[in-house]
Write a protein that binds this ligand. Structure first.
Ligand code: NAP
Length: 245
């Protein structure tokens, strides 16, 4: 119970890594706002959290729309009284080689994976500054260093790293830490869609030789959200079995 009575919000919490994060934070004692574009999914996750004896609020939001992103933070304040932990996890990919990438695929990925992080973090920063406390954890990707077919996704995820390191500096004296987790290849619906040939190539790049579990990422988030990580800010933690793309 490292997060007893903490108030948290997780985006993209309907499934995959976000769901695992929300459940882990609740298991550690937090009440959680579970936000996702998929309402039915977050309603189920909220039920699971309530069954653990914690509070949960499900929200249908598109994080790339400013007012909806801000609703997450406002709901935390109104329904839970404060927001201690924000996990920016919502993300999409629209892979294509650069010469074939459409404007729409570029803009959509940047809007969700980078601008969405900005909208949520800016709103949270205002509240957390007043509180004098906060833990912000942003989910980037091993792809931030560059990956063939992912110019849009790599740009957004590298943006998340630069953004987080800047926010960490700005908020460091306000009791707020900002850190980044870079998952490698984790077993979720996002990666199950990867064609077998590409999957085989990715597996060659994982020294530990196995695909990660959403819980592997959730465990790292719980640590960064806890007081054990009080002196860690602006850090990038890879959760990828040693994977280098
Ligand atoms: P996932 O299974 O696709 O789940 C992502 C969730 O986010 C879905 O429920 C999705 O809803 C939701 N979402 C999409 N767009 C949204 C929006 N605009 N606003 C709010 N919610 C939105 O993905 P995942 O594999 O769990 O990935 C979670 C995060 O980890 C992402 O940021 C991803 O880039 C990152 N990551 C994943 C891996 C991996 O190997 N899986 C590796 C590196 C980084 P819909 O289903 O309705 O679209």
């Amino acid at each position: 119970m490292r997060l007893k009575d903490k108030k948290a919000a997780v985006t993209g919490a309907a499934r995959g890594i976000g769901r695992a994060i929300a459940l882990k934070l609740a298991r550690e004692g937090a009440d959680v706002i579970v936000a996702d574009i998929n309402l039915e999914g977050v309603q189920k996750v909220a039920e699971e959290i309530k069954n653990m004896g914690r509070k949960a609020v499900d929200l249908k939001v598109d994080v790339s729309i400013k007012e909806e992103a801000e609703k997450i933070i406002n709901t935390a304040k109104d329904e839970l009284g404060r927001l201690d932990i924000l996990v920016n996890n919502a993300g999409i990919n629209r892979d294509a080689m650069l010469h074939k990438m459409s404007d729409e695929d570029w803009e959509k990925v940047l809007a969700v994976d980078l601008t969405g992080v900005f909208f949520c973090t800016r709103a949270a920063a205002k509240l957390m500054r007043d509180q004098g406390y906060g833990r912000i954890i942003n989910i980037s990707s091993a792809s931030w260093m560059g990956n063939i077919g992912q110019a849009n996704y790599s740009a957004a995820k590298a943006g998340v790293v630069g953004f987080s390191k800047t926010a960490a500096r700005e908020l460091a004296r306000k009791g707020i830490t900002v850190n980044v987790i870079c998952p490698g290849f984790i077993d979720t619906e996002m990666t199950r869609a990867v064609p077998d040939k590409v999957r085989a190539k990715i597996m060659e790049k994982i020294p530990m030789g196995e695909v990660g579990k959403p819980e592997d990422v959730a465990n790292a988030v719980a640590f960064l959200a806890s007081d054990e990580a009080r002196y860690i800010t602006g850090a990038i933690i890879d959760v990828g079995g040693g994977m280098v793309l």
